[in-house]
Design a binder for this molecule. Structure first.
Ligand code: ATP
Ligand code: MG
Ligand code: FE
Length: 338
């Protein structure tokens, strides 16, 4: 089954064609980062307008790169949430228009399911059950993925998301947007010191909290400035990143152990973090634990992950409704394939 996947929830307009949820035939990503970095973050109204400008071109390019025509598609999958309302509406409108004109079925897709499904594109052997650490710009979850569409949320953030913490700290340091990849690079040249808190919450909790860490970094920077101390940006990046990773790694490993599971799957933009990957790889070396993560281009938003999620959604007759829902929960499984 060939699925056309359309993603427009935030600042990437992306369209892909994927076969049977696993094989990418094309995956075109048009990013708006250069526009939004002028403002230090995504400006919703500008994002919507940019999606409108890009969407038809990106759809054409996705067909061109796959060498396919409209009739070769079996299903349309489109992100319906969570995300920015105006941005979501652009993708949904384009998908509905395509489905109507071509007579194809269409399913609404949960963007967070897409982030997990990015791993199926990269690893043909990967199948549920597994534990997934989902760490993106707006969400942070520890999930037990029991089946393709059967999730249990075991931990989540109580305030800021992991990616949001990277972005806000980068903004405070004035090093650019989005912050994650820049902090990742600079941290490699810095010396990590134990100057920021590791917020573990209650002893048995798998939940996260990153807003206190963000505030601690800001306080540290303000105090250093007042005292006239030199701020070594690389060292701050390394120290902050270690504080985030210590918590992510410890809670993920504890959950695997408690659930007696051996497979950890990283999903979402922060899964691109090189220190996180190498730390977990090191922890698993010589054990029978397995670590999976997508290539960096599939960690952040893309149409291929949405096409994959659409395939599994359709197979499970769990097609989601087709209205935009900015705060769609990860467990939402409203039905209606049209
Ligand atoms: P959501 O999926 O929650 O709606 P989003 O779609 O904006 O949010 P993603 O596209 O999954 O988020 O990921 C973007 C986030 O990933 C940003 O916060 C970015 O800083 C972070 N990120 C990207 N690369 C890295 C990296 N190498 N290290 C750490 N964070 C990273
Ligand atoms: Mg983005
Ligand atoms: Fe995302």
């Amino acid at each position: 089954m060939r699925v056309l996947g359309i993603e427009s929830s935030c600042d990437e307009t992306s369209v892909a064609i994927v076969e049977d949820g696993r094989k990418i035939l094309s995956n075109v990503i048009s990013t708006q980062i250069d526009t939004h970095k002028l403002y230090g973050g995504v400006v919703p109204e500008i994002a919507s307008r940019k999606h409108v400008e890009a969407i038809n071109l990106v759809i054409d390019q996705a067909f061109g790169e796959a060498g396919l025509s409209f009739q070769d598609i079996d299903l349309v999958g489109v992100t319906r949430g969570p995300g920015l309302i105006g941005a979501l509406l652009v993708g949904l409108s384009a998908a509905k228009a395509f489905a109507l004109a071509s007579g194809k079925e269409i399913v609404g897709v949960n963007h967070m399911h897409g982030h997990v499904c990015a791993n199926y594109l990269a690893h043909p052997d990967l199948e549920p059950p597994f534990i997934s650490l989902v760490i993106s710009g707006g969400h942070t979850y520890l999930l037990e993925v029991k089946d393709y569409l059967d999730f249990e949320v075991l931990g989540q953030t109580r305030d800021d998301a992991a990616g949001e913490a990277f972005d806000k700290v980068a903004r405070a340091l004035g090093i650019g947007y989005p912050g994650g990849p820049i902090v990742d690079q600079l941290a490699q040249k810095g010396k990590s010191r134990d100057i920021f808190p590791r917020v573990m919450l209650e002893k048995d909790s798998y939940d996260f909290s990153f807003s206190g860490l963000k505030t601690a970094v800001m306080n540290y920077l303000n105090q250093a400035k007042q005292r006239g101390e030199e701020i070594i940006v690389e060292d701050i990046c390394a120290s902050f990143q270690d504080a985030v990773l210590d918590v992510l790694v410890e809670k993920s490993l504890r959950l695997l152990k408690d659930k007696k599971m051996k497979t950890l799957v990283l999903s979402g933009g922060v899964a691109a973090n090189s220190a996180l990957r190498s730390r977990l790889q090191e922890a698993f070396q010589g054990t029978d634990y397995k670590l999976y993560y997508p290539p960096k281009i599939l960690c952040t938003d893309n149409g291929a992950m949405i096409a994959s999620a659409a395939y599994y959604t359709y197979q499970n007759h769990r097609g989601q409704s087709l209205y935009a829902d900015p705060s769609l929960g990860i467990l939402s499984t409203e039905t209606s394939v049209q």
